[in-house]
Design a protein around this ligand. Sequence first.
Ligand code: AMP
Ligand code: MG
Length: 287
Amino acid sequence: METPWSAPVTEMLRAGAETDLTSFDRGGKHGFDGDKALGKAYMRERGRHLAELQEKLYAAGRSGESRSVLLVIQGMDTAGKGGIARHVLGMVDPQGVTVSSFGVPTEEERAHHYLWRIEQRLPRPGRIGVFDRSHYEDVLVVRVHDLVPRDVWEPRYEEINAWEQEVVASGTTIVKCALLVSKDEQLNRLADRLHRPDKYWKYSTSDLDERAHWDDYQQAYQAMLTRTSTDHAPWYTIPANRKWFARLAVTELLIDALERLDLEWPEPDFDLAHERARIERLRLTGG
Ligand code: AMP
Ligand code: MG
């Protein structure tokens, strides 16, 4: 299939100093020339490519390579974070993926530095790690609700940048996606959760209390995107009102990250000719 993208997703959705959430089009298709049906069909094709790249990464890891990929997903309630893990990573071999969700810190986690629990869940060599929420909650929910004083959360932006730089230096490519739904769409999705028995479980009575802080959250997201989108670990702003679009966009970002690793199938660590000859002998002798 010919590419339906008018420009690379990495360029169109890259966040930075110029990112302005107040004008960002959360229902947009930013450079995708096609409808939902085409998007889904194209996603299947890209999924096969993603699966092959992931298998190469896994194979490289098994052969002693140290590289890995970390996908960080942030977004307000209902933004579709879980759907990314299910539908994007669902297209690759589950053996090579570790998904971690970060909720309210446990007592044990609270006794440590906020990056402690994050470090435990970094992907091992050859793996793709997915974070459903992340260390960024420590400059989002924590900032919005003053869970610690400003002079504690304020230095975290720089601290996170420095920490991520070390993670990248150790061989982990970091791709950060902010899933952005509009306030109206969030209300639709929350309402949906109350009208479908298969979605009741996703509803939390605190969701509406959090929604009341929408504007503060937007400011916290804005600060996060402007201050922690670095060259070593860039943020991408993902319009998320159309779920199919958000999932396709994240698929493309993962493909890009894996392609940049320039992976090859590992060379055999045994004598290929010798092993082939052994098999041939068995064939001849019926052994
Ligand atoms: P959910 O993603 O629906 O399972 O909700 C997880 C909840 O945990 C959200 O309300 C987050 O804001 C909250 N959470 C995650 N990380 C932290 C943190 N570091 N401090 C406080 N709350 C957090
Ligand atoms: Mg929730």
